[in-house]
Design a binder for this molecule. Structure first.
Ligand code: IVH
Length: 668
């Protein structure tokens, strides 16, 4: 055989194997036996041994790539990966349908109804049919490059089937760990005395982020796709047909998909899926309802993070009955005392539960929860398990009502109660060991500095050994000290040092979160980061300046000013900066220089491409403001068809008038 013809036979064999892969993983109708499949793979391996120069990255043999040494690269998404607004009742779904009907000005709207997979959202890019890059959702704007690990997923094709693959295709879907795999791997972990995964989603997330693709392959992850991020052919017009298109490329898809027109049809689907849920081989946490027309989806746009054209209906939490051994009290980072039920371990919604929060004293008394009671607990998705109610029929005759301790279980200080808060607090803010520990755990945790490998147990040890007392101490840790941690060897010490280093390059909003200022959550931190730009400016902002930020009220502004007025906090921030923590300055990104920045808009008339709220969001995202009526302060009037009196007023005030086309052109 001459070289060119056998190269052709090599490629034909690759294609053949990929179609068998599709038959097995996508159509669930294998055409050949496993032995025959293995035989084909073996033939291919032989050919590749003889002609290593032929091996392409899309060969079925090329599932496992090199081990990552530097961790995961962050890459920007070409189009943002949004998240869904949640709803929990039929009424809320009804509201969604009404909203969509109103926005689309149509009474007959089609929806694509799908399973809501409880996994990890990912995006996969194909160039000329060849898989080139996989990215996690991350914060929606940028995620981690997981190309190597995605390659290891058996159901994921490294090459699209068929001759008509677009030049560029970005698909979106979900990586998950099948229930059976989860149970098996967790059982193995238990035998080896390792920490168990809480649920299949955590297991999938952890497995996807392993540096060794070989190890990821052992985790037997699976994948399905349900959407298209970008398609150079741009042939698609409906969400419902998207599934068939994905499938034709050989991509695994969701099975239970239905096109519905009315609330009744949608609800029938919901009920069907609810019944099916337990028997599915993977975890789902609800149903996703999407407006079917892609053109209308675009027109409706999104409100920041959520599209207006879709909603998730989430199933109620699953419940189980178990006994409360005892009620203990946890001290949080702000000193709040939280009662916790220590339970007889029970399996619920994919994991074993041994503790449940009782929230606060008032809740325990209201539900009359006592030690020794048999209780109904529930858990849904991410939520910490909670006690719903007591089974009074089983209450023991010698039980007695629970009481909040009068002294802090950690430092012994007399607890404080305030009239306007339900929370009971330990007032010993500075010296209570548990509060200090919780603050440090929070500081290193995923909402703040996100220091990998520095979980609760590690922080606890660092504190116990006296190496860390306050956050800045983390950045002065030495490898000699880390070697003293339980089970830490060269590799684990190196990993921890690397992640401490990595955490220094933190976004400004995360850094603000890490400071743990009272009342400042994720949303507020982002607002502050955007407005202040850097920490030095933030530290000097006055209450009045803070109040000017939309979304920040009196209580929050006061808390921020008080925080930065405290000399100890100032000193700690200085130390963090001196030790190399470098919050990335926010340069009012994208807005500065954008023609919409700081401009005031009024919208009138009917737009063709966008609803008015969608256009307003686009303006605000670029630093502009939208008001209702035209005045001398208006910079632009965006006028659609049939504009009303606003147009005349704008003309008389010589306000610049934009057509939809002009607006569109100025957008980017
Ligand atoms: S569509 C804006 N479809 O839900 C469109 N998402 O809260 C969002 N998810 O991050 C994606 N099943 O991880 C879509 N059939 C489905 C889904 C689904 C699960 C997840 C996905 C996303 C999250 C949104």
């Amino acid at each position: 055989m001459t070289k060119p013809s056998s190269h052709q036979s090599y490629q034909e064999l690759c294609n053949q194997i990929w179609s068998h892969n599709k038959a097995y993983y996508v159509d669930h109708r294998p055409v050949i036996s496993d032995e025959e499949f293995d035989h084909l793979m073996h033939q291919l391996e032989q050919m590749e041994k003889e002609h290593p120069e032929w091996i392409s990255s899309a060969s079925p043999t090329q599932r496992v790539g090199e081990m990552l040494t530097e961790g995961f690269q962050t890459v920007a998404h070409r189009t943002p990966m949004l998240s869904l607004a949640n709803s929990y009742s039929k009424d809320e779904v009804q509201d969604f349908i009404h909203r969509v009907k109103k926005l689309t000005r149509s009474q007959d709207v089609a929806f694509s109804c799908e399973l809501k997979m409880d996994g990890i959202a990912i995006s996969a890019q194909f160039e000329k049919g060849i898989f080139v890059r996989g990215i996690t959702r991350g914060d929606g704007k940028k995620g981690d490059d997981i190309t190597q690990n995605l390659r290891t997923v058996a159901a994921f094709p490294l090459q699209l089937i068929g001759p008509s693959a677009p030049d560029f295709l970005e698909v979106r879907g979900e990586i998950f760990m099948p229930k059976q795999v989860f149970q098996k791997l967790n059982a193995e972990k238990e035998l080896e005395g390792e920490d168990l995964w809480a649920n299949p989603r955590n297991a999938a997330a952890g497995s996807l982020k392993l540096l060794d693709p070989n190890e990821t392959r052992r985790r037997k992850l699976d994948v399905v796709f349900y959407g298209i991020g970008q398609d150079s052919q741009d042939a698609l017009t409906s969400q419902f047909t998207c599934h068939a298109l994905l499938k034709s490329y050989g991509l695994p898809i969701l099975h239970q998909v239905e096109k519905c027109h009315t609330l009744e049809e949608i609800w029938e689907f919901v009920e069907k899926v609810r019944t099916l849920r337990a028997s599915l081989p993977f975890e789902i946490d609800g149903v996703v309802i999407k407006l079917d027309s892609l053109a209308e989806q675009k027109r409706l746009g999104s409100t920041g993070k959520n599209p207006r054209w879709a909603v998730a209906y989430k199933f109620a939490a699953e419940q189980a009955e178990t006994d409360i051994y005892s009620i203990t009290v946890q001290v949080g980072r702000t000193g709040v005392l939280t009662p916790v039920a220590e339970l007889k371990p029970v399996f619920l919604a994919g994991s074993t539960i041994a503790r449940a929060t009782l929230h606060n004293e008032e809740e325990v008394l209201r539900k009359d929860i006592r030690e020794g009671d048999s209780v109904i607990i529930e858990k849904g998705g991410d939520v910490i398990p909670k006690v719903v109610l007591v089974n009074f029929d089983k209450r023991k005759s010698d039980s007695h009502p629970w009481k909040m301790p009068t002294h802090c279980p950690s430092c012994g200080a007399l607890v404080a109660r305030s009239v306007d808060e339900v929370a009971v607090k330990c007032p010993n803010t500075l010296h209570c060991p548990e509060q200090q520990l919780r603050r440090l755990i929070y500081f290193a945790g995923k909402f703040a500095m996100d220091i990998e490998h520095m979980g609760e147990k590690v922080v606890e040890q660092l504190v116990r050994l006296g190496f860390v007392k306050r956050p800045s101490d983390i950045y002065a840790l030495t490898s000699e000290q880390l070697f003293q941690l339980e089970g830490f060897k060269t590799k684990s010490v190196e990993n921890l040092i690397t992640s401490i280093e990595k955490s220094k390059d933190v976004s400004f909003s995360r850094f603000i979160m890490a400071l743990g200022i009272k009342h400042v959550g994720e949303g507020t931190a982002e607002l502050l980061a955007k407005r202040a730009g850097n920490v030095h400016i933030l530290m000097q902002m006055t209450t009045e300046e803070l109040l000017q930020i939309e979304g920040i009220g009196e209580k929050v502004a006061t808390a921020i000013v008080e925080y930065f007025a405290d000399a100890r906090n100032q000193e700690e921030i200085q130390l963090l900066l001196q030790r190399g923590v470098l919050p990335q300055e926010v340069k009012s990104i994208s807005h500065k220089g954008h023609p919409f920045d700081a401009k005031t808009f009024v919208l009138t008339g009917t737009l063709k491409q966008y609803t008015r709220p969608a256009a307003a969001t686009l303006i605000k995202e670029r630093g502009g403001k939208v008001t209702n009526s035209v005045s001398s302060k208006t910079d632009y009037l965006l006028a659609g068809e049939d504009p009303g009196s606003k147009l005349d007023k704008a003309k008389s005030l010589q306000v610049r008038i934009l057509t939809e086309e002009e607006f569109q052109a100025m957008l980017d």
